[in-house]
Design a protein around this ligand. Structure first.
Ligand code: GLU
Length: 441
């Protein structure tokens, strides 16, 4: 079976970390199975959908390295929905209903008062042709419901949640189309999954009960249902469903210096029994992805954990990957020298400034003579092979200094800071001329 997955956001806002995780899981599964990963824009709701969000979704996916293999738009597919709808109406699986929102509300209140579940009572299904014709003549336009088959339980084996079972008699026949002819999410999504030969529907567990309804829609259309994987939801670091998660997206990550590799590495593993590892190689992430490793407990998204993974990712990134984010004149050797000290790529510019200078460190009075010696030695030692070892070796013999007293004044004078990249890597990049000048300053 050819694997086809789809990520189906509604363009009513920016992608947030929860959507991004869903997109990633869809992409990883498709890649692992040499399948196709589709972007489906769920824009049936013309009022709430905005073109700028469609553009933003595409741009965000590109930045994340999750560029889809194809794109579909629900707003371009109304003719297909109409055809399937007509067939389902003709087959008696979709029926008109005439209750107003207020009437339905009242019914639910009465049911609640009697301690009954708020399941639609199917009064509209019992209307005769004559009654329907009369309502039509009175100008009442129906909305449309999908008639659930009550004969058997709805069952599937979820790739994340395991065996699932729903009793259709406890569920309302879902409304699939409004009285104004507009479509609700449920049926178009199932039609798309059939027409686009989607093999795996990968989404959040907030859609589990929709799956029960949609499985009956696949059957009513005479189609084989896809497989389903519903991941547990994300919570904030504090373990609660957090509002903040809804606002964490690509813009925020970029501003925080988070690289797409870090987002992918974290979100591929969050909620699984496997450790989160700083995996840069997209192929390695694909190879290790497994729905069976995901648990049913909510997964905690922690920004501090992401920042930590990001640092470990940055330490591995090759020059070609980051050169566009570095000062134009920064060399590969300079990148490799400072990389182990970074938490984000932008911090490299800072260290590059240290290499290029000027630098200024507070030099203690008692170190002045020592640094004058250092400047003289730096002017004469063999610079071709490990000048730092040569410089400190000679100074040690000459001055009797060792440890911190030997190294720290040099680091301070040469870089203006007490901490930083390995001096053995840094000093050749600073070069003899600048080093002598800084030591004698
Ligand atoms: N547009 C729906 C959503 O964002 C898609 C759900 C689905 O994957 O079927 O929730």
């Amino acid at each position: 079976m050819a694997v086809v997955t789809r990520f189906a956001p509604s363009p009513t806002g920016r992608l947030h970390v929860g959507n991004i995780r869903t997109a990633l899981h869809n992409q990883l599964w498709a890649r692992q199975n040499d399948g196709r990963f589709l972007l489906r824009i769920d824009d049936t709701d013309a009022e709430r959908s905005e073109e700028r969000f469609v553009d933003a979704i595409r741009a965000d996916l590109d930045w994340l390295g999750l560029t889809p293999d194809g794109e579909e738009r629900q707003s371009m597919r109304f003719a297909s929905y109409q055809a399937r709808f007509d067939a389902l109406v003709a087959a008696g699986r979709v029926y008109p209903a005439y209750e107003t929102a207020q009437e339905l509300d009242l019914k639910r209140k009465v049911q609640a008062g009697r301690g009954l579940p708020p399941v639609y009572d199917r009064v509209a299904l019992a209307l005769s042709d004559v009654e329907r014709a009369r309502l039509g003549a009175d100008g009442v336009r129906p909305h449309w419901r999908f008639r659930l088959d009550h004969d058997a339980p709805i069952e599937w084996d979820d790739l994340v949640r395991g065996p699932q079972r729903f009793d259709p008699t406890t569920m309302s026949d879902p409304v699939v189309r409004r009285a104004d002819g507009s479509w609700l999410y449920m049926l178009p999504s199932a039609i798309d999954d059939v027409d686009m030969a989607v093999s795996h529907v990968v989404r959040g567990e907030d859609h589990v009960s929709n799956t029960a309804l949609q499985l009956q829609m696949f059957a009513a259309m005479g189609a084989m249902p896809p497989a389903f994987a519903h991941s547990a939801l994300l919570t904030g670091a504090e373990g609660k469903l957090s509002k903040r998660l809804g606002s964490l997206g690509v813009d925020h990550f970029r501003e925080a210096g988070i690289e797409p590799e870090a987002v992918r590495a974290l979100l591929a593993r969050l909620g699984t029994s496997d450790p989160v590892e700083p995996i840069v190689d997209a192929e390695a992430l694909v190879a290790s992805f497994d729905f069976g490793r995901f648990g049913r407990a909510p997964a905690r998204f922690d920004e501090a954990e992401l920042a930590g993974i990001n640092a470990r990712i940055v330490h591995q990134l090759p020059f070609e990957r980051v050169s566009g984010q570095l000062p134009a004149a920064m060399s590969e050797a300079e990148w490799l020298a400072v990389r182990p000290n970074l938490r984000t790529v932008v911090e490299a510019a800072d260290w590059w400034g240290v290499i290029e200078g000027p630098v200024a460190g507070a030099i203690a009075e008692e170190d002045r003579a020592y640094l004058a010696d250092a400047a003289r030695v730096a002017g004469t030692v063999d610079w071709t092979n490990d000048p730092w070892a040569a410089l400190t070796g000679e100074l040690k013999v000459e001055t009797g200094r060792k440890g911190r007293a030997l190294f720290m004044p040099l680091r301070l004078a040469l870089t203006g800071r007490e901490h930083g990249p390995d001096m053995a890597t840094l000093l050749p990049l600073i070069g003899r001329e600048r080093a002598v000048a800084r030591l004698s300053a």
